[in-house]
Design a protein around this ligand. Structure first.
Ligand code: AMP
Length: 453
């Protein structure tokens, strides 16, 4: 099948596609659009970067056709504000020639403007589940005319605990409707959801289950500690060409701030940071600057990066290994988009290396281990950091094998009291300065458990 003409889309949509420069449908679009146009429920397993948004938006726009009445006839739900915004942007671009009214609703800001939009009358609503239900319960949103319901990034919705809200939505929208469910991975909760939500769906999977994008080359560096990770990061940053774009993923807001400051002070001013504590506007501005290329390094936590529509990212560095394994797939899916190739580099300390084994099972690929660059300085591991990692390794081993008794197993105490000893308070977290939670990494040195003066 060649081009979008074969889908019998209307002229308004074909013109918009032409303006966007989309000449060929992507794999998910080729498979999903005809089925969705034929009225089938769809279960689409596709990562961000595959063109999944247009794969459902085009049929939605085709079916809703023209403005009518006051209440929305299509509802698109997304787990995060960022993703909702990105879908909305796509909707406005693809539907710019259609005589349709679109609205966007998400939490974190007052509902007034959103209510005013609904009041004017809309045809398609993009929303996060919480805010949508809020608008419904206050009587500002009427859902009885919904004909198409889309759940995007359903796996993330399940991870974020949205199942009760989704059940509520299913109760309040009309039974006779078309459902489109999109998920990057097909984990158990998504199967349960699809059973409740879809009727005889067409299952469309554009990549093998939970597999990483094929155009991304992956590399793993075994790094003994945080300081050495910083040295290795600096090494890659120095090699970054001006036209390249690097997305750095970290596990916590504190790490995100620390790494941002390090890069900003020592390496390049062309860097921004996004995480949950940053205001909505700051986040959007930072993302826009990264997207349009005015800055070329972005430090992000997983939640903040959900739904980022950023193309042409050439490198992803996982400074920390994600503990929600599916996030690995999402993270590296940021590069190698729309046919471009990309590189995903992961730093793993000894404790994180245990997570890598699990990730490899999910992606069904062994991530090649790269040789540590000789020019990068390997720092000694501070005692407390080593202890924290050993504890984590013990914990993970115990998780894998409940019979395993690790080095930190306090046998005597458990035998006497039947309870676990409370945690030692001297065991401070190695990476954050507790006072402000954002100062550069300070590790308290201890020798055999005693503080060094
Ligand atoms: P998505 O997976 O929906 O997040 O889309 C990933 C990126 O691919 C977005 O930047 C889209 O604008 C772009 N895209 C979607 N469909 C096509 C297409 N048929 N041709 C070229 N680019 C596309």
């Amino acid at each position: 099948m060649n081009g979008f003409e074969d889908f019998k889309l209307n002229k308004q949509l074909l013109d918009a596609l032409g303006d966007l420069g989309y000449s060929e449908p992507t794999e998910i679009q080729e498979k999903a659009i005809p089925q969705a146009l034929a009225g089938h429920d769809i279960l689409g397993i596709a990562q961000t970067g595959t063109g999944k948004t247009a794969a459902y938006l085009l049929p939605v726009l085709m079916k809703i056709k023209y403005a009518q009445g006051k209440n929305p006839r299509a509802l698109i739900l997304a787990p995060t504000r960022e993703l909702a915004l990105q879908i909305f942007d796509n909707l406005k671009l693809l539907g710019k020639n259609c005589d349709l009214r679109y609205a966007l609703a998400y939490g974190g800001i007052g509902p007034k403007t959103q209510i005013a939009e609904l009041e004017k009358g809309i045809d398609i609503l993009v929303a996060t589940p919480g805010r949508m239900l809020e608008l419904y319960s206050t009587g500002n949103l009427i859902l009885k005319e919904i004909k198409i319901l889309v759940l995007d990034e359903a796996d993330k919705m399940m991870d974020m605990g949205f199942m009760p809200q989704i059940r509520k939505v299913l109760e309040i929208v009309p039974h006779k409707r078309q459902n489109l469910l999109l998920s990057a991975t097909m984990h158990e909760k998504v199967v349960t959801l699809s059973e409740e939500f879809l009727e005889f769906p067409m299952r469309i999977e554009v990549t093998p289950q939970s597999s990483a994008a094929k155009t991304v080359s992956q590399r793993l560096y075994k790094v003994p500690n945080f300081k050495t990770k910083i040295n290795l990061l600096a090494h890659f940053l120095e090699q970054l060409e001006a036209e390249e774009k690097l997305l750095i993923f970290v596990k916590s807001k504190a790490n995100a701030d620390n790494i941002f400051k390090f890069i900003d002070r020592k390496i390049s001013k062309s860097v921004r940071v996004v995480h949950g504590n940053k205001g909505q506007n700051t986040r959007i501005n930072s993302m826009n600057e990264f997207r349009d290329g005015s800055v070329h390094i972005l430090v992000a936590t997983d939640v903040a990066a959900r739904g980022l529509d950023i193309s042409m990212v050439t490198h992803v560095i996982n400074f920390d290994v994600p503990v929600i394994y599916e996030d690995y797939v999402h993270r590296i899916g940021r590069t190698g988009r729309a046919g471009n190739t990309g590189e995903a580099i992961t730093f793993a300390n000894p404790a994180e290396a245990m997570h890598i084994e699990k990730i490899e099972k999910i992606i069904r690929v062994k991530i090649p281990v790269a040789e540590f660059p000789k020019t990068v300085k390997v720092e000694p591991t501070p005692y407390e950091e080593k202890q924290a990692m050993d504890k984590l390794i013990d914990l993970l081993r115990k998780k894998n094998d409940p019979e395993f008794k690790g080095a930190f197993h306090d046998k005597k105490h458990e035998q006497k009291t039947g309870a676990k000893k409370p945690k030692r308070t001297t065991n401070t977290k190695p990476y954050t300065n507790k006072k402000d939670g954002k100062a550069a990494p300070k590790v308290r040195m201890t020798v055999r458990g005693k503080k060094k003066k």
